[in-house]
Design a protein around this ligand. Structure first.
Ligand code: F0G
Length: 445
């Protein structure tokens, strides 16, 4: 399969191509890159992927990411040769993505007002570092190793840094993490320390931290593992792969994500584009992105709330000046993203263009929910015996809102992604101690 995979700029006016071994995660013109494959994977792989769930002792079959390795074979290896897999593919002993699949959650369905048969929620919080990030970190660190990177670098609202730190420690490479000081959940911060990452505290928000980390990577030979890295996106494609496989590759009507930097939106869009192009799925599910009310850049721009223009991918000609003017407006007015769901407290979603492309391909929608709604969403997931963090609660209440607005129809089949597990121990305690909260079960004495 040598020569099958390459990198390509997503901007159709540019379209520059690069070798898969290029160390640059962005196009030299500053655009985003996609990993592309020349060959079309055989549809018979569906059966192989299913069989691999009986892993026969191979961690690459156990892994919920590498089980699908033919669909992300940027290393261009013989995917059935386990020795070759071991040499190239980075894995946390097969644990990344292994436990994630869609579940029914009847109490969430009741709260949302949808039939229990039509709602699936897929917890990604049971990944080794506790969030969906491990899906994409396995692939990004695989590429980092492939090109001989000595240090990985990221900015993070907490989960990316936990995942990067864990993989770096496992692989014996250095890891610098830039975090907005005082703005990440304590459980996430402690993970970065535990895995021996070098923490760099930035006096600012995530957007400031990302800027600093990109400068650091550029000036000091670091390898960026944020979701602007196209190899992160490859691994995150397995989130919809697992969901679709569980539904026998029958597309649902909707896939719902909380929206932060929009890596998930981008990867889901790319996965669906590829599967549709290969004829693996016949129907394109619609993506819905749920922003927090306090960090609503995508929603504002997509829904025409700024200057009255609805920002669109527009077949590769998005109005990037509108985005710049929006950011200038935020700066001028001193408007900072603000939500208790710190995971998605992001004002400048780095993947906005790929996100728009995904929304165009899937006829997607974007909406917002409040902090108190997200806490209800998080808490009702708990009542079904599943853990999730506040940002993930956005998927639940986003579905509820879109159903009440009749954008999602009552008989639509919906998959909501629960992106991470609880790492802010006091959030549920505070929630349940306030009897006014919808699902509160206050303590007795
Ligand atoms: N949910 C959780 C739990 C997250 O940690 C993040 C992002 C998102 C949703 C948003 O996903 O960026 O793909 O739109 N966390 C990043 C981090 C930014 O640094 O951990 P997205």
């Amino acid at each position: 399969m040598q020569g099958d995979a390459y990198l390509k700029c997503i901007n159709p006016q540019c379209g520059l191509k690069y070798s898969i071994e290029s160390p640059n995660v962005q196009c030299e013109k500053g655009h985003m890159l996609d990993v592309k494959y020349k060959n079309k994977p055989s549809v018979n792989l569906k059966e192989i992927f299913y069989k691999r769930r009986n892993s026969e002792g191979s961690i690459f079959n156990e892994s919920g990411v590498w089980r699908f390795r033919e669909l992300l074979n940027f290393c261009q290896i013989d995917t059935e040769n386990i020795e070759e897999c071991s040499r190239y593919l980075v894995s946390l002993d097969g644990a990344e993505g292994r436990q994630s699949k869609p579940y029914r959650m009847s109490k969430a369905a009741e709260f949302i007002n949808i039939s229990n048969d039509n709602l699936w929620l897929q917890p990604e919080g049971y990944n080794p570092s506790g969030s969906f990030k491990d899906n994409g970190m396995a692939t990004a660190v695989t590429h980092a190793k492939m090109i001989g990177a000595k240090k990985i670098v990221c900015a993070s609202t907490g989960n990316t840094s936990a995942s990067a730190g864990m993989f770096a420690a496992n692989e014996g490479i250095n890891c610098d993490v830039y975090i907005p000081a005082g703005q990440i959940a304590p459980g996430k911060l402690s993970q970065a320390y535990q895995f021996g990452a070098q923490i760099v505290e930035v006096d600012g928000n995530f957007d400031d931290a990302l800027k600093e980390s990109l400068d650091d990577a550029k000036n000091h030979d670091g390898y960026t593992v944020n979701s602007i890295n196209p190899f992160r996106i490859e691994g995150q494609k397995t989130i919809p792969f697992r969901a679709l496989e569980y539904l026998n590759w029958e597309s649902p009507d909707w896939i719902i994500y909380p929206g932060g930097a929009l890596g998930n939106t981008s990867s889901c869009g790319k996965a669906l584009m590829e599967l549709y192009e290969w004829g693996w799925i016949k129907k394109i599910p619609r993506i819905a992105v749920i922003n927090s009310e306090g960090a609503s850049t995508l929603s504002d721009l997509y829904n025409g709330k700024f200057e009255g223009e609805k920002l669109r991918w527009n077949k590769g000609n998005p109005n990037t000046e509108l985005i710049s003017r929006y950011y200038d407006h935020l700066d001028k007015e001193g408007l900072k993203p603000k939500t208790k769901a710190t995971a998605i407290q992001i004002g400048r979603p780095a993947n906005i263009l790929k996100g728009l492309r995904a929304l165009e391909f899937t006829n997607g929608v974007v909406t917002t929910v409040s902090d108190s709604e997200m806490l209800d969403g998080m808490s009702v997931v708990g009542l079904n015996g599943f853990d999730c963090e506040m940002a993930s609660g956005a998927s639940v209440v986003g579905i509820k809102k879109l159903i009440s607005e009749e954008i999602i129809k009552k008989d639509d089949v919906v998959i909501g992604i629960l992106t991470g597990r609880q790492k802010d121990a006091m959030l549920p305690v505070d929630y349940h101690n306030n009897p006014e909260n919808k699902f509160a079960i206050p303590p007795k004495n």
